[in-house]
Design a protein around this ligand. Sequence first.
Ligand code: NDP
Ligand code: 8X3
Length: 252
Amino acid sequence: MPAKTALITGATSGIGKSTAIELSKHNINLILCGRRQDRLDQLQNELSKTVDVHTLCFDIRDKQKVFSAIESLPSTFDSIDILINNAGNAHGLDPIQTGKLEDWDAMMDINVKGLLYVSKAIIPKMINQKSGHIINIGSTAGKEVYPNGNVYCASKHAVDAINKGMRIDLNTHGIRVGAVHPGLVETEFSNVRFKGDDKKADNVYKGFDPLTPEDIADIIAFVVTRPYHVNIADLIVLPTAQATSTIVNKTL
Ligand code: NDP
Ligand code: 8X3
């Protein structure tokens, strides 16, 4: 069987980067996306020893850039078998009454609209191929709401709904769609949420064993390597110490 190709958004850091590394071990060629070209180049250098790697540098909020980046793919990368919709972040952790409009815009534009733009650019290719596999990275924040999580939780609830909608609409085209919803994973996520306040970010993961991005990458690799008739539709993955978004057992 020819090697598959996966496009991963948000491949410059955290879950996306670890997923790229893990999928390369499964001989899956990679299209790595993000805004930081230096990091994309670094990962490409590393992984192109094993698989074919192409990079696309664009801001997922800019719909023209999303479509032109995907249209620019060379023919060897034009057939995309797997789409990992991973790019996303929380911006701020404020009560609704003091939340910042720019943070709300960022979360809705990146986590929801950006995911839709990338999907819209790639789904027609998958429909033509009569196959494809889309993994949407949701969150426990897409299953429950926690204090001050308001708009981030809303954006991830939207991802949950989009995931279900995609699965229904693409079913007759032979395209598998599923979501992975992690709990607390130690990445750059909290550094972004707290706008570079690394001390505040580190505190989020203090006193218990959070998930690592490699834990999620391992699960994504499992999901995408199931036989075609198996679609893992919805998966919640928590650190053992986490019972809900608000209950984390710091004695474990
Ligand atoms: P990181 O901050 O480590 O990675 C976020 C990635 O998203 C980066 O590669 C970043 O790339 C990319 N990204 C952010 N904004 C944009 C943008 N405007 N355009 C293009 N790419 C963008 O966080 P995680 O790895 O933790 O997050 C990955 C996904 O996992 C997100 O969807 C997040 O919501 C979700 N998640 C995270 C959890 C956690 O606890 N960490 C738990 C549950 C879900 P660049 O800056 O180069 O553009
Ligand atoms: C990321 C996990 O709990 O910070 O989606 O929202 S959380």
